[in-house]
Design a protein around this ligand. Structure first.
Ligand SMILES: [Zn+2]
Length: 90
């Protein structure tokens, strides 16, 4: 019986191991052309929208709904965390 797999799995966690991008960035990176540009623009609009609550024109829940409608399964909380810088993307 060999423990090599366990040993390497437990010792292989380098400094970059926790720097995985969140689902939103992975989605952006998986898109191309106009779709990618549109999604990047939407993220920027959410960041710049200073409205509160229902006054927001562009919100995380709006974007999550649009993405889900088009077959991309991502949660509003993932988007919110990305917008607020709570993920490891930057
Ligand atoms: Zn992110």
């Amino acid at each position: 019986m060999s423990n090599n797999g366990l040993v390497s799995d437990l010792s292989g966690r380098g400094p970059d191991a926790t720097k995985t991008s969140c689902g939103l960035t992975r989605l952006v990176n998986s898109l191309e052309g106009a779709e990618r540009t549109s999604l990047e623009n939407a993220i920027t609009k959410i960041k710049e929208d200073r409205g509160l609550g229902r006054a927001k024109v562009y919100s995380s829940s709006w974007l999550a709904g649009v993405l889900r409608k088009n077959g991309y399964n991502i949660s509003a909380s993932t988007i919110t965390r990305h917008i607020k810088g709570g993920c490891n993307c930057e």
